[in-house]
Design a protein around this ligand. Structure first.
Ligand code: ARG
Length: 459
């Protein structure tokens, strides 16, 4: 037998099969079942406390919902597309079990405030899980950064060798990004964690409800203060997806670097085999599939952000069916983001660094040219003049096919009489690093201090 709709009384014919499937959301919103039950139990407790629902009815609802929850967790709950969405499926299963008490549950609420509540409850939990995963990835990066707090590598601008940095310092840049990402998630959570329930369909309800009590039961920090806004806006979902997009964006940048570094032409790192695949035709290949996929999946999450923004744009107040389309982008954003974070934390533990290759690249790129310029400035030469002197020295070294540090003192003095024997302490990569000894600089001691700061923050 077909399950008839809760609203079928007004209609003279059923919707066509095609329309039924087109409008149903049970195919994806079943994921809200746990929070839907949680929200209903709080709503029922509030109605009972306000004298709208009898003790016996509340008791029956609790018993029925407990059974439904057991069935759900055991994978035994059957979803019916005739019942359109998760809310009506659960309500009908409840009524099947407990009769009229189940039909009284929907007093003083609507699916409009119910679904808005469900999404917020669900998203709140996923934000917490995401923040945890962000911490795990940061820890994994910190471990690698600690091992390589002194490892010299070229720092790049325009992808050209610029100045020496340490590999640890480079990794800490990503820890900073992820730390901001976690802050954004926490901040977004504040606006997610407000209760729409009580807004009913759009205008509030005639029953003597106590929204603050429901909010307290569900762990919301506050209630939404306008019923029209409460049921209709999905800005909190957009905010979350924007924050998620930034995480993916950051990881796409790191992915791009891992791919470059693993390329045999660069050869700075290797990634453990379990994150790579071979080629079906070229036996020699080892491809960095995971970073490449992360780079690709960042587009997918940004796509969801655009979908949600476009969904919301120009929607008149209050609830419109458009909003049903909020779920799939949101669900997939959470799934993609969380799996990516999980796999990334593990992958960073599978990165092997090749310090000799990094050091060789620094020595090939005149990475300490700025250090020579700074050296001359400290001896009294104006910076613009010293820039010119060093440019000439670099041209000379390039012609000779050697690094600045390999030029004999006499040759260097040919460019400026201010140059003395002590110049060699700044011309080596290690000398260059050691001099950048201030907060945020790449000196190994500063890198270690930042690692300690981050560890304290994450503890
Ligand atoms: N399945 C709907 C959604 O996801 C629930 C709210 C439906 N409300 C309505 N008036 N059609 O948004």
């Amino acid at each position: 037998m077909q399950d008839s709709h809760a609203w079928s009384g007004r209609f003279s014919e059923p919707v066509s099969e095609l329309v039924k499937h087109y409008t149903a959301s049970i195919g994806f919103d079943y994921r809200l079942a746990e929070v839907d039950i949680e929200g209903s139990l709080a709503h029922a407790a509030m109605l009972n406390r306000s004298g709208v629902l009898s003790d016996a009815d509340l008791e029956a609802i609790r018993r029925g919902m407990a059974e439904i929850r057991d069935d759900l967790r055991a994978g035994k709950l059957e979803w019916s597309v005739d019942l359109e969405d998760v809310h009506m499926n659960i309500e009908r299963r409840l009524t099947d079990r407990i009769g009229d008490a189940g039909k009284r549950l929907h007093t003083g609420r609507s699916r409009n405030d119910q679904v808005a509540t469900d999404i917020r409850l669900w998203l709140r939990g996923e934000i917490d899980a995401t923040v945890h995963l962000l911490s795990e990835l940061q820890r994994s990066l910190l471990d690698l950064a600690e091992t390589h707090a002194d490892t010299v590598m070229p720092g790049f601008t325009h992808l050209q060798v610029a100045q020496p940095v340490t590999f640890g310092h480079h990794l800490l840049a990503y820890v900073e990004m992820l730390a901001r990402d976690a802050e954004r998630m926490q901040d977004c959570r504040k606006r997610v964690n407000r209760l729409p329930l009580g807004a009913a369909a759009l205008a509030g309800t005639t029953y003597p409800i106590d929204r603050h009590y429901t909010a307290e039961l569900l762990g919301f920090d506050d209630v939404c203060h306008n019923s029209l806004d409460a049921v209709s806006d999905r800005d909190f979902a957009i905010e979350f997806t924007a924050a998620a997009s930034l995480v993916m964006l950051h990881l796409s940048r790191l992915s791009e670097e891992l791919i470059l570094w693993m390329s045999p032409r660069v050869g700075f790192i290797d990634i453990a085999d379990r994150f790579c695949t071979g080629s079906s035709i070229m036996p020699q290949k080892k491809n960095p599939d995971v970073p490449e996929l992360v780079r690709g999946k960042s587009g997918r999450v940004v796509g969801h952000l655009i979908a949600l923004i476009t969904l919301m744009k120009a929607q008149p107040l209050a609830y419109n069916k458009d909003n049903q389309e909020d779920k799939e982008p949101l669900f997939d954003t959470v799934d993609t983001l969380q799996t990516t974070l999980r796999i990334y934390a593990d992958m960073m533990r599978g990165v092997t660094v090749k310090p000799e290759a990094m050091r060789a690249a620094v020595l090939q790129g005149f990475a300490t040219a700025t250090d020579l310029a700074d050296y001359l400035v400290k001896k009294g030469l104006p910076f613009r003049d010293s820039h010119e002197v060093v440019a000439l020295a670099v041209r000379h070294a390039e012609r000779q096919g050697v690094d600045l540090a390999d030029l004999p003192l006499a040759a260097l003095q040919g460019f400026s009489a201010l140059i003395a024997e002590d110049v060699y302490t700044v011309l080596t990569p290690e000398g260059s690093l050691a001099q950048r000894d201030h907060v945020g600089g790449t000196a190994p001691s500063q890198v270690k201090a930042q690692i300690a700061r981050h560890r304290g923050r994450l503890a």
